[in-house]
Design a protein around this ligand. Sequence first.
Ligand code: ZN
Length: 445
Amino acid sequence: MGKTLIRQADVVLTMDDNRAELAGADILIEGGIIADIGVDLAVTDANVVLAKGCVVTPGLVNTHHHLYQTLTRAVPGGQDALLFGWLKTLYPIWSRFGPEEMFISAQIGLAELALSGCTLTSDHLYLYPNGSRLDDTIAAASEVGLRFHPTRGAMSIGESDGGLPPDSLVEKEAAILEDCIRVIDAHHDASEGAMVRVGVAPCSPFSVTRDLMRDAAILARDKGVMLHTHLAENDEDIAYSLEKFGCRPGQYAEDLGWTGDDVWHAHCVKLDGQEIDLFAKSRTGVAHCPCSNCRLGSGIAPVRAMRDAGVPVGLGVDGSASNDIGNLVGEARQAMLLQRVANGADAMSAREALEIVTRGGAQVLSRHDCGQIAVGKRADIAVWDVSGVESAGSWDPAALLLAGPSKVRDLFVEGRQVVRDGHMATIDLPRVIERQNGLARALAI
Ligand SMILES: [Zn+2]
């Protein structure tokens, strides 16, 4: 791959250690990394991308998703249900998925993320019906071209054991751990600039046993990979924890090895002050999913308090069955608005929300090589056209989340162009959409 020069951006929001904002700057990309930044860089042999009329930011980072759910958006029976009722509507549909459904739905979800500025995403896949494998989603991401942190999720407590999912969607715990080892050995890349890193992710404390939670943590530490699950999502979740485990979710997590800078939990809407202190002290990360929390009526996560205490916070669009849109820049705007609903208009600025969705997410996923525009960091870059109707009349185009586009013009991942002029450059998206709609129609019968 040759050099690329992003030339004359109106402003570059670097999110570097000084949060520098550079007017009229160029960015030189070479060998997958940011090689130089400055005004009027003297470069002769580069592919030039003119960025006049654009704001340039680091690629956005998505810390929580269930890509397979793009095939079950807006399912009528689940549109207005609370979390547990919603799951019961969708489980029978998901139990009919197979490898093709996993692959196509992942491509749709990844393309949707890319078009909304995302360069790095995690995914939480916790059911494997009809021969599906984590590998199906990894193959999808490799074609789309996003940096990908898939997690090997799992459920082991089915209906016959008092759990929520049907028995056909749960697995034996020994088989789960064995497959975790297989996918880590096959795909995990610990090196700087890695395009794939695998994590271990039992679905939630109420869908697996205490033993599996503990064993998963031991396995992840042994392999040097990260841990992820859902935690403290709503009031039912807290009540369940108190009743079944005799403690709050934070305590449960700590007791089983689920705190530390190699752990991140989705939602955490109901963390109390003590749990926030625990997460801050242990550097345990949180994937805040504001649209999903709104959609399921779960509440407003105490993100202001988490950030003030020093908890690493990133954003997640969450699965498309509970959002239903997977637009990450929209998610950042929602995060900003929701903290203002809870804490007042000065509770979160547009720039802070953008920092959470870039630098913040990279920290949560332990990607210190991503999430900012600085020399030596990976070339994951989003170019936003602010010459359109959404930004017309803006006095501060860099306040992108107040008056900016909901899609990128161009997107680079590891220096490779994934979105060009608002369209996917890596896959034939209209064809994938057609296949996805065909699969959805077949599932609806
Ligand atoms: Zn989720």
